[in-house]
Design a protein around this ligand. Sequence first.
Ligand SMILES: [Zn+2]
Length: 332
Amino acid sequence: MLAKRIPTILPPMTFEESLETTRIHSVTGLLPSETGLITTRPFRAPHHTISDAGLVGGGPIPRPGEVSMAHNGVLFLDELPEFPRNVLEVLRQPLEDRKVTIARAQMTLTFPASFVLVAAMNPCPCGFANDFRRECFCTPPQIQRYMSKISGPLMDRIDIQVDVPAVPYKDLAGPRQSESSETIRHRVIAARNTQLRRFFDEHIYSNAQMGPRHIRKYCVLTPECEKIMENAVTKLGFSARGYDRILKRNRTRGCATVRVTIPQKPMPFGLPRKRNYTTKDVAKVLGIGADLLRWRIKTGKYPDAQRGSAGRRLFTIDDVVTLNALDSRRGQ
Ligand SMILES: [Zn+2]
């Protein structure tokens, strides 16, 4: 039920994403004739009887599979352990590379496959292992066999794993206090916009698509955070992939809410972080009165600044830095 709500909080597709997704759907011939461009993110939920070729693509003339049909959208696998292990294992390549390569004698084809994988599973075959009100009759070997359908490497590629306990009756029936999808979607869109701006000339759209090079560039840790991470990696035995995942996830959390783990550089002159500063703010930095600053700007005492930014009433942080440099040059 939770997974079915995911499309309602997905951000709208960018034009490039729409083109990519439409191209794949049109290759399979599944694009409805009246549809020009797919503008809503795909949500694909294949049944667990699907073959590996159906999932990643294949056939004598290779066709894109569900992972490519879900490109720029969501691939939902319900009852994950019910999928045959060989089918799940083929997911590893697209999850890692965000594309699928199908080799045939005559040709090798590559389809894009950048999707959000959402999977659901029970804690045991009967489903009551973590429910304190119902008794679970599964034997430990049964549970082990059930869990072992999902390999460690596949689990390692799933960024967020949440234990969802049964909902108590009073929460089911009581008045709903929960957030609406609309509100959450606004937050998602804001976070996505931040990421689009961040990766403007990187040819990727989101934090999830960051490669090791991007992670080194955009997820710089403070010395304290580095120490915490070093402790976590050595004591809890995280894999390199796990380490990258934590950085990416916290970068994303930073986009949606306050930045906790990865702070930005402090502002110069001990100024608060703002889009614009008033004449009063700038005057304080320069150590002069606001009226004197206004008069100096008006009478062209800051010739370089006069032409551009400082002619305005509000100043960006770059203006403040320029004005300060001009002022100290004047003082010499
Ligand atoms: Zn059970």
